[in-house]
Design a protein around this ligand. Structure first.
Ligand SMILES: NC(=O)c1ccc[n+]([C@@H]2O[C@H](COP(=O)([O-])OP(=O)(O)OC[C@H]3O[C@@H](n4cnc5c(N)ncnc54)[C@H](O)[C@@H]3O)[C@@H](O)[C@H]2O)c1
Length: 263
C-alpha cells in the first residue's frame, strides 16, 4: 500500500532557502528542517541567516548558513558551489517601493524589478539546471495576493508579483518532463520586517486585518505549512500553481457585511 505517513517527510532532502534571514524565509527554513530537510539558510543578511540556522540546530535540525545575493549571478554561483545537490529551493527576497506610478523614478522601477523578478529568475535558473539534470526537485517562489488585486502605490510591486507567476508557470511546463515541480505561494498580509512600515499606522494595519475573512494578520509560521506541502511528496501531482495563504482575502470583498436573517 502507498505509504501515506511519509507524504510530508523530508528526511534526506537538501533545501536551499534564500531570504532565510527574516520573516517568511525564516519560517520556511524552520518548517522544512522540522520535517527532516537539511536546510541551507541563504541571505545577504548573514547574521539573520545564522540566527535561523542556530534556531534549527537548537531543535536538533540540520542547518548551515551562506551568503547569497540573488541580484548577482557570481554570488549565486559561489553560494551553490559549496552545497552540492539541492532538492528544494525556496526564494523569498522582494522589496516594495510604495509610490504612485506617476512619481516612480526609473531607478526605483529598476530596483524593484531587479530583485523581485530578475533576482528570482537568476536563482531559480541556477538551481533548476542541477535539478533538471538529476531529474528531481521542487521550486517554490513567493508571489503575493498583489499578483491578483492591487491598490494605489502597488503598481510596480504587483507587476513583479504577477510576472513571476507567469514566468514560473512556463518553467513548470518546461521542467515537468524532467521531474522538477515549480510552484508559487501567494501570502495575504503577514507580520514581518517587510510590512513593519504598515504596523506604524494603526488605521492602515487595522484596515488590512479587517479586509480578510479572519480579521487579523498572519504570523510568518502560518506560511510554513504551504512550503512543506509544496516541497514534499504530498504535492507530487502539483505544479505550475499558486497557493494563496491569504485568510480568504481573494475570496471575499470584505468591505461590507449585509444584514442577514438571524439563524
Ligand atoms: N509580509 C507580507 O505581508 C507579504 C505579503 C505578500 C507577499 N509577501 C512576499 O513574501 C516574500 C517574503 O517576504 P517577507 O515579509 O518575509 O520579507 P522580509 O523583508 O522580512 O525578508 C526578505 C529577506 O530577503 C533578504 N534579501 C533581500 N535582498 C536579497 C538579495 N538580493 N539576495 C538574497 N537575500 C535578499 C533580506 O535580507 C531578508 O532577510 C516576498 O516575496 C514578499 O513579496 C510578503
Amino acid at each position: 500500500m502507498f505509504d501515506y505517513r511519509s507524504l510530508f517527510d523530508l528526511t534526506g532532502r537538501s533545501a536551499l532557502v534564500v531570504g532565510a534571514g527574516s520573516g517568511i524565509g525564516q519560517a520556511s527554513a524552520l518548517g522544512l528542517a522540522a520535517h527532516g530537510a537539511r536546510v541551507y539558510c541563504a541571505d545577504i543578511n548573514l547574521a539573520g541567516a545564522e540566527e535561523t540556522a542556530a534556531a534549527i540546530r537548537t531543535h536538533d535540525g540540520e542547518a548551515e548558513t551562506l551568503f547569497m545575493d540573488i541580484t548577482d549571478p557570481e554570488s549565486i554561483a559561489q553560494g551553490l558551489e559549496g552545497i552540492g545537490a539541492v532538492d528544494i529551493l525556496v526564494s523569498t527576497p522582494s522589496i516594495n517601493v510604495r509610490k504612485p506610478l506617476l512619481d516612480y523614478t526609473p531607478e526605483e522601477f529598476d530596483r524593484v524589478i531587479h530583485l523581485n523578478l530578475k533576482g528570482a529568475f537568476q536563482v531559480v535558473q541556477a538551481v533548476a539546471r542541477g535539478m533538471a539534470e538529476r531529474g528531481r526537485g521542487s521550486i517554490i517562489v513567493f508571489s503575493s495576493i498583489r499578483s491578483q488585486v492591487v491598490e494605489p502605490g502597488q503598481g510596480v510591486y504587483a507587476a513583479t508579483k504577477a510576472g513571476v507567476v507567469q514566468m514560473m508557470r512556463a518553467l513548470a511546463a518546461e521542467l515537468a518532463p524532467k521531474g522538477v515541480r515549480v510552484n508559487l505561494i501567494g501570502p495575504g498580509v503577514v507580520e514581518t520586517p517587510l510590512t513593519e512600515q504598515i504596523k506604524q499606522h494603526p488605521e492602515w494595519y487595522d484596515a488590512y486585518a479587517q479586509r480578510n475573512a479572519f480579521g487579523r494578520w498572519a504570523q510568518p509560521h502560518e506560511m510554513a505549512g504551504a512550503v512543506v506541502y509544496l516541497a514534499s511528496d504530498a504535492s507530487s501531482y502539483v505544479t505550475g500553481t499558486i497557493l494563496f495563504v491569504d485568510g480568504g482575502w481573494l475570496a471575499i470583498d470584505g468591505r461590507f457585511e449585509p444584514p442577514l436573517p438571524s439563524s
